[in-house]
Design a protein around this ligand. Sequence first.
Ligand SMILES: Cc1ncc(COP(=O)(O)O)c(C=O)c1O
Length: 371
Amino acid sequence: MSPGDGTRAVHAGVPAPRQGAPTLPGPVFASHFHLEGDPAGADYVYGRYGNPTWTLYERALGELEGGVAVCFASGMAAASAVLAPLLRPGDALVLPADGYPAVRSLATGHLSERGVEVRLIGTGEAPSDEVLAGARLVWLETPSNPGLETVDIAEAAARTHAAGALAAVDNTLATPLGQLPLELGADFSVSSDSKHLTGHGDLILGHVAVSDPALAEGLVAWRTQTGAVAGPLEAWLAHRSLATLELRLERQCTTALALAERLLFRSDVKDVRYPGLPGDPAHEVALRQMRRFGTVVCFTLESRERAERFLAACRLVAQATSFGGVRSSAERRARWGGDDVAEGFVRFSVGCETPEDLLADVERGLDLSAG
Ligand SMILES: Cc1ncc(COP(=O)(O)O)c(C=O)c1O
């Protein structure tokens, strides 16, 4: 019998027991390591090249992702490590039109200024033969932030490979316990670990997982050259938090579905989106490839003012960007201006509070903000 997700998360990357050693060794703070003579063969030489705390965290991520993981200073550092070294002038990049805006602005700004052709497609759309013609890389984000659209990864990756391109999936919303992009055929699984993987809203981190060791080598080389390295404390805190990932997700995903179902009954709440809701446009694809449907629920209130009143009225829900943390948070997403959403669109990140308390708080916030 293969171990369950809880067992895998709790034991991920934990070294074999050794007399007198801690279960998870603490963070190793070092800019340099003792190094005499020929550096070839030394495990650790300089803190930008490698660190034992990253090694353990990466081992954990690799086990959960089913591949080789490389950690980075942030989710954007991880995304850049895939995009920048791979794409040369004249290459074409296929990208969702309404995924996480910073990835899009990196592509349409820096990359396109350097001669990369950026082809934007519908966020929940598999790339067509036409859009794939001559492409070098297809970037998928499923479920997408903030629209919660899904794309069939296996189908998109197969079409991408048939066209001679590579496929990357931003797996931030799903996590490796929700969906396994590498197993579904993607070449890169990219994540902002600032969200669920670390889960406490207290640090910034990211990673990329790959099946092909040559791709992993390229990512490490890029990280070393650009210095987009994770701090040892962040990497250690992240590894420590992985142990509760399954527990947190169980609570958060269950409450997220309950919240989405509750919101469907309210006539003052429109366009409730959650990939786990039967009837949601994203559900069919989600059922095929996801084991958990995520912690984010989106919905639309009638106006900017109503959404602002609602957010202010909630007592248990922090007004904050980001998602995936133990404490519920929400924001009126249009305040940033980068997403194709209505003024009253709310992205709600469900935390680990007692479900009935949270649902009552949301209902109360909606009642108080009405009219
Ligand atoms: C889907 C997605 N990808 C990437 C990122 C970037 O991650 P980070 O903020 O850790 O750089 C985010 C951040 O919100 C995100 O939501």
